[in-house]
Design a protein around this ligand. Sequence first.
Ligand SMILES: Cc1cc2nc3c(=O)[nH]c(=O)nc-3n(C[C@H](O)[C@H](O)[C@H](O)COP(=O)(O)OP(=O)(O)OC[C@H]3O[C@@H](n4cnc5c(N)ncnc54)[C@H](O)[C@@H]3O)c2cc1C
Length: 302
Amino acid sequence: MRDLLGSRAQTNVPLAPRVTLRVGGVAELFVEAKTIAELIECVQLAREHAVPFFILGNGSNILVRDGGIRGLTIENQCAEFSLDVTDSILSVESGASLPGIANRLARQGWSGLEWAIGIPGTFGGAIVGNAGAHGGTMADNLLRVTILDANGDVLELPKTNCAFEYRASRFKRAGGEIVLRAQIEMTRDDPQVCIARMNQYTEHRRRTQPTEPSVGSMFKNPPGDPSAPLRASFAGQLIEQAGLKGARIGNVAVSRVHANFFVNLGGATARDVLQLVDLVRDQVREQFGIELELEIQVVGEE
Ligand SMILES: Cc1cc2nc3c(=O)[nH]c(=O)nc-3n(C[C@H](O)[C@H](O)[C@H](O)COP(=O)(O)OP(=O)(O)OC[C@H]3O[C@@H](n4cnc5c(N)ncnc54)[C@H](O)[C@@H]3O)c2cc1C
């Protein structure tokens, strides 16, 4: 497999610097895909040779176990985008930075993605997990996605075929389908108004979220009455009410700023993180009878 990928492929590449929590083992085989053609080629080669593969976006919604990822890790760096100003449609490759493009477009008076300003992911990762914040979600303005399916065909899917739900989509549930590109409907607005909205969201994050390395929210908010005012931070509130703010295992801790964020205090291991996940789940179950479900994906070998 390495021979087929040539000099592009590297072995035993540490993944911790490539994920926002800064923990985890190495990628057995690692390649950066800079174009959609390269991304497709890498996936097809892996499939033809029955090598397991993993698509890495910005690593902001995954925990890589300490044993690393077997097979081929493909880091998606496909980041071309264009905006058709006549019909206000953004066409973007799946490895592009969600907050980077949201920011750039908002400054030019294109509204629709300001909610994403503090979400440090790629478009691909955000579509897979239907990322959302401040009342917006990835599914809202999305028109269609182009995917590579499990048979190796490139298909266009309208939003209605993506089965978006709260922090989930068909791509997260099924796996095996790779998001290549997306088309998103934007609207015209005053650049100053767009910038003010982003600044308000950024300020809110500054006040309510920790600055240490994390994966954002560790757990999904449990299902409940969507109109209940507490729902937005429900998982965090349950953890806080269970008295777990500041709880620590090894070098990972439940943030004192936001209890649904686990923070790496320096040199944490995935094992520490998973032990803290178990501790928090057990306590919340015991005290409130509620089963917390992970929002992040745990990947790799123990
Ligand atoms: C400080 C901080 C704040 C955050 N705030 C929020 C928030 O407000 N709201 C929210 O929803 N999330 C939030 N997150 C979580 C995270 O940023 C988002 O879920 C983000 O969209 C993940 O994108 P990614 O590129 O990092 O995905 P990754 O973590 O790299 O990948 C996530 C999963 O998607 C798969 N994947 C990635 N790209 C593709 C592709 N092109 N095709 C198929 N599969 C793919 C991966 O294989 C993996 O299974 C936050 C994270 C941090 C660290």
